[in-house]
Design a protein around this ligand. Structure first.
Ligand code: GDP
Length: 200
C-alpha cells in the first residue's frame, strides 16, 4: 500500500471533464478547514501536491492526483464555508453531486470529519446524502491529536457522539479511521484500507 509516486493530472470543472481511463479513485471530501490539505499531504508525504487546490480558482474544481500510475486521489471542493452565502453552498451541491452520481470509477468517498469539535449538522447531512445515494464512504476523523478546549469534549468523545447520530440512519456503520496529520496517526491504516477496497 506504499505511495511511491504522485502526479497531478488535472483540474476539472465538471464530472464530464474528469480523466476518462478506468483507474479506481477515492474522493476526499469535507468541510473547509477540516484538515483536508494536511491529510492529503500527510498521505502522499509531499508538501506541494495538495496545495494545487489552494490556488485561487482551483478550490472549486475536481482535482485528480495519480498515485503509483494506478489509482487516483481526488481532491473535491470543501463544503460549508463559514461565511459563504447560501448560494455558494447550493453551487457546491449541484456540481459535486453530479460527480458522485456519475463517476463509475469511484471506489469510495473519504469523508473527513473534524474530531476536535462536536458533531456538525452539515457533516451529518453530507453523510446521509451519500448514504441515501448508496455511495460507499469511509469516515476519516481528523485532528485526533487535539487536546480538549477547557469546556470541550475530547476527540474520542466527539467521535462517539457523531457515530451515535450516524447509527440512527445506517444499518451498518461505515468504516472509520482516526487520523492526525500532526502525529501521522491513521496514515498507514488509511492507505491499507484504500488498497483493500481497490482489490476487493
Ligand atoms: P482544509 O481547508 O480542509 O484543506 O484544511 P487544512 O489542511 O488547511 O487545515 C486547516 C487547519 O487545521 C490548519 O490550521 C491546520 O494546521 C489545522 N490542522 C489540519 N490537520 C490537523 C491535525 O491533524 N491536527 C491539528 N492539531 N491541526 C490540524
Amino acid at each position: 500500500s506504499r505511495i511511491k509516486e504522485v502526479e497531478f493530472v488535472k483540474s476539472s470543472g465538471r464530472a464530464k471533464d474528469c480523466p476518462k481511463d478506468d483507474r479506481p479513485e477515492f474522493a476526499i471530501l469535507g468541510r473547509s478547514n477540516v484538515g483536508k490539505s494536511s491529510l492529503i499531504n500527510a498521505l502522499v508525504r509531499k508538501k506541494e501536491v495538495a496545495l494545487t487546490s489552494k490556488k485561487p480558482g482551483k478550490t472549486q474544481l475536481i482535482n485528480h492526483f495519480l498515485v503509483n500510475k494506478s489509482w487516483y486521489i481526488v481532491d473535491l471542493p470543501g463544503y460549508g464555508f463559514a461565511k459563504a452565502p447560501d448560494a455558494a453552498q447550493m453551487d457546491w451541491s449541484s456540481f459535486t453531486k453530479g460527480y458522485f452520481l456519475n463517476r463509475d470509477t469511484l471506489v469510495a468517498v473519504l469523508l473527513l470529519v473534524d474530531a476536535s469539535v462536536p458533531p456538525q449538522k452539515i457533516d451529518l447531512d453530507c453523510a446521509n446524502w451519500l448514504g441515501r445515494n448508496n455511495i460507499p464512504m469511509t469516515f476519516a476523523f481528523t485532528k485526533c491529536d487535539k487536546m480538549k478546549a477547557s469546556k470541550g469534549k475530547r476527540p474520542d468523545e466527539n467521535i462517539r457522539d457523531f457515530q451515535q447520530l450516524i447509527r440512527q440512519n445506517y444499518r451498518e456503520h461505515p468504516p472509520w479511521i482516526m487520523t492526525s496529520s500532526v502525529t501521522g496517526l491513521g496514515r498507514d491504516e488509511l492507505l491499507l484500507h484504500m488498497s483493500q477496497l481497490r482489490n476487493y
